[in-house]
Design a protein around this ligand. Structure first.
Ligand code: NA7
Length: 545
């Protein structure tokens, strides 16, 4: 069989016909684009995906109420104006089924599935130092050799199942929002306990309350949530959005969060109290995560941040009729926006229902589960089902769960034991020709992840093509560049209030996980400039041989 594409490098000569240029792990937004982009460059690729179809996080998160908190027209691929025009979003914030349909549409349109092996977990990725190739081991027992590896395994995909006392004895259904069943789950007539009030719990609970007999919300930490103000697009509005797609994208690429909205231009105390209140109200009326960008100093100045806290607390008190319940819902242990802000539809309102009970686990902890109950310190509740909305081992979890071994058999998990290190969030010293998409040290979860994925895959594609053109075959981050990138990322984070919260951004939700601020906080445009500079400067900080 003849090998398509660029002239083979030295490493390519070590490949047999069944081998590929690139193994891609994961077929979510990042992996799907990697299949398309790298294949279009003439590379032979194989992608492996644990699910039975494309989608990644949107394949697994099928819980009622699951939506993206980035607006649909922005949370979609920008690389193809044709696809932008062919697909029509129906709502401001797309539901999980609609996002998954979009991904399936793209997979059909670009014929991606022919290079994706589904229902297959990549268990190991080992460097063969003799031939400088990688060998990926699958759950199906296959060994696939490749010149390059792209780990697109997702920043929010390794689910966190906390160790709960007596859970083994519980005989009801136990569901995790991040691994929801594919068949419909009936809750009518059932008493359902939910652990977790992050984005997933906050989206799920109002939907559950509509069908379940009773919902018991087991809250460890209250979160700040902003109303989504979701609406359906009317045809004219959608036509206008599509007509302006290029300008919209240009704005998105230039904004820190990868969304087409200008940064705030006023600081909190540059306006008087009435004006500040009016501006907060206006942004509250617009809805969504943009509320975090109401004033330019909200995330850097504690006094400014306290104004946003006060405003949201007032909104919660004004919405929830029972003052004691409202009080339990007030986030007090972290500044506003320092944990991932939640975006909801009728979350605070749901606590006005008699069939929704809120428990503060800090005062009334879970003692243990029985066969059909949860025993709290204050007494037992009979429950039929338990939903774990307990989140993820974010950013690093999906990477460290794979047995990734680089030079001298070193395990990535061990290398990162006291905190992840990378260069540009994409490369790791000792792991040549291996790239990570949305890894630690890249903007990932702090920006629109469809765009961050596109940008990184693009950069990786250019890098591989450049190596092949120049007859080079190994690219590896130097230890010095990796260390400096880590210092740079930490320095950027130091100026932010983000470090003050026990959030999954710093790994605080996983017992024993080292406390490191995981994403790059300098914003998407600055990050893209840094990546471009590195490439233009002959891959500064990489050893290319
Ligand atoms: P999150 O945001 O990590 O939320 C998980 C929630 O589960 C949070 O309220 C946690 O409380 C709670 N939790 C976790 N472990 C426990 C235990 N052991 N006991 C009680 N409560 C617990 O995950 P989500 O899935 O909601 O959202 C993840 C991201 O996906 C989201 O930010 C969006 O970007 C999309 P805690 O706050 O740790 O006290």
């Amino acid at each position: 069989m003849s090998r398509p594409g660029p002239s083979p490098s030295l490493a390519a000569e070590n490949l047999a016909d069944d081998d590929v240029d690139v193994v891609i792990v994961g077929a979510g937004f990042a992996g799907m684009y990697a299949v398309h982009r790298l294949r279009s460059a003439g590379l032979r690729v194989r992608c492996f995906e644990a699910g039975s179809d494309v989608g990644g996080t949107w394949y697994w998160n099928r819980y009622p109420g699951a939506r993206c908190d980035v607006e649909s027209v922005d949370y979609s691929y920008s690389f193809s104006p044709e696809i932008e025009q062919e697909w029509s979003w129906t709502e401001r914030y797309a539901t999980q089924p609609e996002i998954l349909r979009y991904q399936q549409f793209v997979a059909d349109r670009l014929d991606l599935r022919r290079d994706i092996t589904f229902n297959t977990v990549i268990e190991s990725v080992h460097l063969d130092e003799d031939g400088l190739t990688w060998v990926a081991g699958t759950s199906g027992g296959e060994r696939v050799r490749a010149r390059f590896v792209v780990l697109a395994s997702g920043a929010l995909s390794a689910v966190n199942r906390p160790d709960l006392p007596g859970l083994d004895e519980f005989r009801g259904r136990v569901l995790h929002t991040g691994a929801w069943p594919h068949e419909p789950v009936e809750f009518a007539g059932r008493v359902v306990a939910v652990i977790g009030t992050g984005s997933s719990g906050i989206q799920l609970i109002p939907q559950l309350a509509e069908t379940a007999k009773r919902v018991l919300v087991l809250q460890r930490t209250p979160n700040f949530s902003i109303p989504a103000r979701n609406y359906r697009y009317d045809p004219e509005q959608l036509a206008r959005l599509k007509a302006n797609y290029r300008e919209r994208r240009a704005l998105a690429w230039r904004s820190a969060a990868g969304t087409p909205f200008p940064p705030p231009d006023k600081s909190t105390f540059s306006v008087d109290d009435d004006e500040r209140q009016r501006i907060f109200e206006e942004k509250w009326g617009v809805g969504g995560a943009r509320f975090t960008r109401t004033f330019l100093d909200l995330m850097t100045d504690e006094r400014a941040n306290a104004e946003a806290v006060r405003f949201v607390h007032d909104k919660i008190r004004a919405t929830v009729r029972d003052p004691q319940v409202a009080d339990k819902l007030l986030p007090r242990d972290h500044p506003f926006g320092t944990k991932r802000i939640c975006v909801d539809i009728d979350y605070y309102e749901v606590f006005n229902r008699d069939d929704v009970v809120l428990v503060n686990l800090r005062e009334d902890p879970i003692e243990r589960f029985g066969p059909a109950s949860v025993q709290l310190r204050s007494g037992a509740f009979e429950i039929d089902d338990l939903v774990l909305a307990t989140g993820y081992d974010a950013v690093t979890g999906a990477l460290t769960r794979i047995d990734v071994r680089g030079r001298h058999g070193r395990l990535l998990r061990d290398e990162w034991a006291s905190g992840p290190q990378s260069y540009l969030g994409m490369a790791v010293t000792g792991f040549p020709n291996l790239f990570i998409v949305n890894g630690p040290g890249s903007p990932s979860v702090l920006a629109n992840m469809v765009l961050t994925s596109e940008h990184q895959v693009e950069w990786i594609g250019e890098t591989i093509a450049g190596l092949d053109r120049r007859g080079k075959h190994v690219i590896e981050a130097t230890a010095q560049a990796q260390q400096e990138w880590g210092e740079h990322c930490s320095k950027l984070a130091e100026g932010s209030l983000m470090l003050k919260a026990n959030s999954w951004y710093v790994g605080a939700n996983i017992p024993g996980k080292p406390r490191v601020f995981l994403p790059y906080i300098g914003g998407l445009p600055r990050y893209m400039d840094e990546c471009a500079d590195v490439a233009q400067d002959s891959y500064r900080g990489f050893a290319v041989t």
